[in-house]
Design a protein around this ligand. Sequence first.
Ligand code: ADP
Length: 222
Amino acid sequence: MRIILFGPPGVGKGTQAQRLAEKFNLVRLSTGDLLREEISLSSPVGRKVEQFLRKGHLVPDDIMLDIIENILLENKERDILFDGFPRNLNQAHSLERSLAQMQQEIDIAFEMHLDEDEIVKRLVNRRYCPRCERIYNLSTNPPKNDCVCDQDGAKLVTRDDDTAEVIKKRLKIYEDETRPLVSYYKSLNIYKQIDARGNQDEISDRISEIVNAYLNSKCTSN
Ligand code: ADP
């Protein structure tokens, strides 16, 4: 199974991706986390992409496609959840070509939807564990102890790109570059919109229900 999860920054995509991957035993491929890891290691790729992330711009497609290609090859036999990829039509077409070479295709493309005011509110309160990548929200999902991760005690940080100015830019880039994926995946009949209001359990249930229905329909048609 290959699932895509996309949506504007701050919609809660990372949290839902972690849950979905765990529940259905999927390899979670988060391009944002991968890029942040390269940056923290100061690798050649990390040095190349650092400025793009800091400014809220998309990383050039050729760099992204190289990264994805390698991961697809490493995980040929596994079910995959794409979190944050593709982010434009060019990446979507390339992903399809790469999967087709392995006789694979995308099963479901989820878009998480939320009003812009709510998105900005969530992003401003977002904190992130640099060690285990767990995501918190100071108002809706705070850590037990002030500013440290419940799981490993690491000091929580604010992402460099979660500032008001960069958030606005990322939202605009989402509208211009990523939103066209909606009509594209609708045309392939694999598009599902998820209402991203409510608490995390409610949102997970909405997503899981669709995945379960899809799996059942596959069982009965085989
Ligand atoms: P968010 O969805 O909140 O923007 P992510 O962690 O998914 O957060 O991505 C953070 C940043 O990483 C993006 O703003 C962009 O600079 C870069 N990035 C992640 N995935 C891609 C991609 N598929 N193509 C280009 N840039 C990407």
